[in-house]
Design a protein around this ligand. Structure first.
Ligand SMILES: C[S@@+](CC[C@H](N)C(=O)[O-])C[C@H]1O[C@@H](n2cnc3c(N)ncnc32)[C@H](O)[C@@H]1O
Length: 388
């Protein structure tokens, strides 16, 4: 089919836009079913569609780049947009995009024009020189709150001029300036200054109001996450655990949405600001039976498993793409909760981890959630039960 976006084919963002959405879902369903068949799960796995096919993302990170070796006659020296397909070091201007909101391209155009007018230098990933690095945009879908974070190397910025330009083009509720002198190409900052507004946004997920700081994790498809969390609630409701561990909990989205079904829940997350958000979110939503710990799961879990101070009867894991750290996996086997719920954005890694637990656990349920329409990515949910 005709892709909606004119950047299709060049932009690294949406690889499947030329395939009808129903066919994208069928493809992801086949892929997940085939992966799970490798560990003996022979039923076709349901693939839940994203509630929104377009404008489903609540966060995007755009990059600045110079034009090298040199811009052609009459061409701008600066690019602002997405990485070109299969190129970590090449950025293309984005004039249209259907992932965030209709307003986002207007923001990109305004920031691009402002950077040229101010004669600011974009960062060069090879030489590691230049000022402008990333433009991070977060848009809550269930509230009107919108965050813009300009990430640069340390230097001078006409902050008032930047805020004025952003707000004239785009309904930002907060504007920040982060500085990052590091080598790696990540939209993170060592220091962040709030230039306008509260410095955070609030998103509502299944009726819980969640504070999200600029560098904290939140599932990028809010409405898709609500569908996933609703299913997790159904899986937990069966077990009614006394003590639930929510490992890799981010800002506490899952923790807070299942807390009313458990006696006590403890969330574990490595990013301190996300843990601070999670604690704040528990308090402001009057959820009193949760605790959060800032730690690496692989550091904390072996101690918990060895001490067996509390009887943990259910665990939710939602690890990064790499899957469970070997130490975390070994500790989980030692802890051996009756129910283990595995949420994953990398089903391949999830299947490998489940394989390593065979003999102790068997698979009771597996489903897919398309949180990333038009891309190859998907979210998987697996429920495991202890065999003995
Ligand atoms: C896929 S996100 C899951 C977030 C959460 N479950 C949710 O639905 O919003 C993974 C989270 O794990 C955290 N993380 C990554 N490595 C970790 C580790 N070794 N120990 C604890 N947390 C980690 C990340 O910061 C991120 O917040």
């Amino acid at each position: 089919m005709e892709p909606r976006c004119p950047h299709f084919g060049t932009c690294g963002g949406c690889r499947l836009q030329d395939i009808h959405y129903e066919d994208q879902l069928a493809r992801k369903q086949a892929e997940l079913s085939e992966l799970l068949a490798r560990i003996g799960w022979v039923t076709t796995v349901p693939m839940h569609p994203s509630p929104q096919e377009w404008y489903y993302r609540n966060k995007m990170e755009f990059s600045f780049q110079d034009v090298y070796p040199a811009p052609a006659e009459g061409e701008d020296y600066l690019l602002l947009g997405q990485k070109i397909r299969n190129r970590w070091d090449r950025v293309m201007n984005i004039k249209e995009c259907y992932l965030l909101s209709p307003e986002a391209p207007l923001l990109l155009a305004a920031v691009h024009a402002w950077a040229l007018k101010e004669k600011l230098q974009p960062f060069n990933l090879h030489k590691r020189t230049g000022f402008l690095r990333h433009l991070v945009v977060r848009e809550a879908k269930n509230t009107d709150e919108r965050l813009v974070n300009l990430v640069t190397t340390p230097g001078k910025l006409d902050a008032a001029g930047f805020v004025k330009m952003v707000r004239a083009a785009y309904p930002a509720t907060t504007v920040l300036w982060g500085t990052n002198s590091g080598k790696s190409d990540v939209a993170q900052a060592e220091k962040t200054e709030v230039l306008y507004g509260p410095g955070v946004i609030f998103e509502s997920v299944l009726g819980k109001r969640l504070r999200v700081s600029p560098y904290s994790f939140l599932q990028t498809n809010t409405r898709g996450a609500e569908a996933l969390y609703t299913r997790i609630r159904e899986c937990i409701a069966d077990a009614r655990p006394q003590n639930l561990l929510d490992l890799y909990c981010g800002t506490g989205g899952i923790t807070l949405s299942v807390a009313d079904l458990c006696e006590r829940v403890m969330g574990v997350e490595v990013i301190e600001s996300a843990v601070a958000d999670a604690r704040f979110n528990a308090e402001q939503n009057q959820v009193t039976n949760v605790d959060f710990m800032a730690a690496k799961v692989e550091d904390l879990l072996p101690g918990l498993a060895a001490q067996k101070v509390v009887d943990v009867d259910a665990v939710i894991v939602d690890p990064p793409r790499s899957g469970l750290h070997p130490t975390a996996l070994a500790a989980l086997k030692e802890l051996a909760p009756a129910k283990l719920i595995y949420v994953s954005c990398n089903p391949k890694a999830m299947v490998e981890d489940i394989r390593k637990m065979s003999g102790l656990y068997d698979l009771r349920l597996a489903e897919g959630f398309d949180l990333f329409p038009h891309t190859d990515h998907m979210e998987a949910l697996a429920v495991l039960g202890r065999i003995y």
